[in-house]
Design a binder for this molecule. Structure first.
Ligand SMILES: [Zn+2]
Length: 93
């Protein structure tokens, strides 16, 4: 159990602050909810606030929520420098 609540100042992307995984009693899986209470897969909503971070790869997680979360994290975690772009030019060779 590596769950903790997302907070500002942590390494959580800004749009994920206040969000996290949450298990509803009538849902078979954990779903990822944004701070507005809507799940990433769009099938659920909750007024709960006891969201948890971590365990993103758990088999108990909704697959649709997990994929969307991965996209958000990939999008917001872009490095300032792009290491795969070679900047070494060989002008004048
Ligand atoms: Zn879901």
């Amino acid at each position: 159990m590596a769950h903790s609540v997302a907070q500002e100042g942590s390494d959580v992307p800004t749009e994920l602050v206040g969000s996290g995984w949450f298990w509803l009693h009538n849902a078979p899986k954990w779903h990822y909810f944004l701070a507005n209470g809507n799940s990433l897969c769009g099938r659920w909503m909750t007024f709960g606030r006891a969201f948890e971070q971590g365990n993103d790869g758990s088999p108990d997680n909704c697959a649709a929520c997990r994929k969307k979360l991965e996209k958000i994290k990939a999008k917001t975690a872009l490095p300032e420098t792009q290491p795969e772009t070679p900047s070494q030019s060989r002008k004048g060779e």
